[in-house]
Design a binder for this molecule. Structure first.
Ligand code: GLY
Length: 338
């Protein structure tokens, strides 16, 4: 099923429930270079036959400038020009790097994504933010530029490790918390196992979440208002993610649990227990002991900071997120009690 979504400067074609072999109908194979990582390439070697490919080392630690430099050099060596399209086939690290490199190579060439993880399908590949980390600071360098297309091939989920399912569900729970109480109830009634084994249910859930995020971005592409809600759980989450051995899903789950408790303390929210129970049901952590001083230092450098306060995403109720400016001093006190 193909659907086009309009953003400020371009339309993005979404190929829902599709198959990667159809990529050759979407792009000109001769002028296309796939960027993927060793894990995906190794597991799906046949799918990459006849495609020019750049294969990266897997992992967030490679989402850095030195990887970008190496790809830029390889593109030059491969003779990539302004008519080349880059296609990122992989999880969020691959899609982020691909979108970023495509946006700077020769001042910008076309790119598309085939997200291969649940998280990348419903979140990382959508929205146009593509960038790299600087030290412990996540996504500190980057751009907002939309891909030409996004293609979903659910076959990739068959080899997805359990922790990757949990990463995806962390973002799905986030979407439910801030925007969709009906989906929140559906998630409460179902389980990870049910979604892993029921093709229709996972397909519907992926499409619903993809469209939910897309619509938020369409309404506020440059994050002046509503799009900020997507940062629910991410302020503390990002501060934890690169300092500790936590996955993205685990970090933002702890961030969401914390934000729910903050919502209860200062925003009249009454259902932190439901958020915490749902996160646990999907195998995600809700508390962690961490070096509060160290994490506060990172929080103070957060992109969402405004002078001495941080724009924090809280819940008013399940399905309704709100943005609140919280003074750093107040946040320090709440964190000390967490
Ligand atoms: N690339 C993820 C986003 O734009 O939110």
């Amino acid at each position: 099923m193909k659907k086009s979504y309009k953003f400020s400067t371009t339309s993005v074609a979404y190929y829902f429930s599709d198959e990667i072999f159809r990529l050759k109908n979407i792009v000109d194979q001769k002028n296309t270079i796939i960027i993927t990582d060793e894990n995906i390439f190794g597991k799906h070697v046949k799918k990459f036959r006849q495609w020019n490919s750049i294969v990266l080392k897997p992992g967030e630690e490679f989402k850095v400038q030195s990887t970008v430099d190496s790809i830029l050099l390889q593109l030059l060596e491969m003779g990539a020009d302004r008519n080349t399209t880059l296609v990122g086939v992989g999880g969020g690290v691959v899609t982020d790097i691909t979108g970023y490199v495509a946006s700077i190579y020769m001042r910008g060439i076309n790119f598309g994504f085939v997200p291969t993880t649940l998280l990348a399908m419903i979140d990382a590949s959508i929205g146009g933010k593509n960038g790299i980390d600087i030290g412990v600071y996540k996504n500190m360098a980057g751009i907002i530029r939309q891909p030409k297309f996004i293609l979903h091939d659910l076959e990739f989920l068959k080899t997805l490790p359990k922790n990757e399912w949990e990463n995806g569900f962390a973002e799905i729970i986030k979407h439910a918390c801030i925007k969709d109480d009906t989906m929140f109830r559906e998630l409460e009634l179902n389980s990870l196992k049910i979604y892993q084994t029921n093709k229709k249910k996972i397909n519907d859930l992926i499409n619903r979440n993809t469209i939910l995020k897309t619509k938020v971005v369409q309404r506020d592409e440059f994050e002046k208002g509503e799009r900020r809600l997507l940062n629910f759980g991410h302020t503390l989450g990002h501060a934890l993610e690169n300092q500790y051995e936590l996955s993205h899903g685990q970090s933002i789950a702890i961030g969401m649990a914390f934000a729910s408790i903050v919502s209860q303390k200062i925003n009249g929210f009454k259902e932190a227990h439901r958020v915490i129970n749902l996160l646990s049901k999907y195998g995600l952590p809700t508390f962690a002991s961490f070096d509060k001083q160290k994490v506060l230092e990172v929080l103070k450098k957060d992109k969402k900071r405004e002078k001495s306060a941080i724009n924090y995403i809280l819940l008013e109720r399940i399905g309704k997120g709100v943005s609140k400016l919280i003074p750093i001093t107040e946040l320090e006190n709440i964190i000390q009690d967490f």
